[in-house]
Write a protein that binds this ligand. Sequence first.
Ligand code: BG6
Length: 513
Amino acid sequence: MEELRKKLVKGQVDGQVLMIFGVNGDLSKRKLLPSIFQLYIDDLLPKKFIVIGCGSDKKDENAFREDVEENMKLFADDLMEKHPEKFDTFKKIIYYKSVRNREKEDFDQLKNYTYSLTQKLNIPHNFIYYFSIPPFMYEIVANHLVVVGLNTEDDGWKRVIVEKPFGYSLDSAIELDEKLHKGFREHQIYRIDHYLGKETVQNIMVTRFANGFFEPLWNRRYIDRVEITAAEKIGVEDRGGYFESSGTMRDMIQNHLLQVLAVIAMDPPAVFDSDSIRNETVKVLQALRPIQPNEVSKYVVRGQYTEGKRRGEVLRGYREEKDVDPNSMTETFVALKLFVDNWRWSDVPFYIRSGKNLPVRVTEIVIHLKPAPLQLFKEKLSNQITNMIILRIHPDAGIAIDFEMKIPGAGYNVQSVNMDFHYSDLEQSKIPDAYERLLLDCMVGDSTLYARADAVRASWKFVDPILNAWRENPKIPLYMYPSNTWGPAEADGLFENKDLQWKDQCDKFFCEI
Ligand code: BG6
């Protein structure tokens, strides 16, 4: 960030325009605009920079700015409270153009509007188009941008940020790529996966590759299994319509969690640049052992939340949620066991689980190490040996190492203790939001933390047969679990060794069961 700040001060970062399609939507209100405002406060935006919000609602600039202010008070109240004067100047760099995505003439007008603004403000024609719109609109908007000539790079660079899900299956992802490539070249396409923008996910690479002591252990010889949990306390809220067509597999596993897995399992790149890093992560995804249709029930458990209680409050079941089919077969929980078939990870199981309406919000990676070759203190243990490296993404981001230690006093009795590092202990402890980081990267043309086409395809290739089996084979159960529990008990059955189970997340975090 410091290096970037210097460049920005020297005016070395290109002047540019960020156009957000779907600017009146949830993502833009909750994440994008607050992130841009934070970058503005931190003085991290290019000197010549404006945002043009594009949405179907008809309103003028002033009304838009007022809406943004209202939303900012809702979703970034801390920023608004601390920097009210900054917002007054920030709002002058945000503009609005009413655009109906299906109408070509609106894109002609958008072009004229943008050109007159850039001329007036002396901003070069470097444009980022952020597609914060439903996936079926990507193609339509991309096509209109091409038709009106807003894709050409003769007068400045053009970049497109495409939100997830990128396609619904391998075929549709390939098709979407082909359609985008009609008007944009690969270097112009930024497929966003906000998990890669999380500081703590990037820190996995630093932890592994900047230290001499983790990497020698990071392989099948010393690691028994890896667990990745992304538990959410909330249900689908008002996103029932979207979730019905997505489900947890498409919403969390195909993108966020497989990308996290790729970062955990990748080999060290020869140099730390975008291509080298992405070359290594894609190799992991390509090495995922396919799950055959007849093995889906053995390796994958799907669940759906039903009514439950938290602190006496009744939590609705998924089928009672707004815009959800009362007979819906959509999964809100997935647990799976998979293998990465390469030299480093051969036969090491990776267990992944994610679900909504679970007792706590936590995203954590647990690396379980194999026990020491000879158990000298077997008889003296107060509990099972739990050598673990825990990489906590949130809450309370940090790293913990659990190991065994002698209980002080007579004899050699052993107990588990841990060394716990918390990001909050750092002097510079503010963790930037993932969207801040990713927007900034796109502004400077760094695509390292964006998913490449081959990686997206490799993860669809792994996920597709599971989704197909669920669709085609009604015998594969969808297990029901009461809201505010840890998902169906069948998820425990993924561990072949019956002594093993998912790490208890309620031991560290407050679960209101
Ligand atoms: C989004 C999913 O991509 O990630 C949501 O669409 C999910 O359903 C969210 O809640 C989780 O992100 P985070 O950063 O809160 O873990």
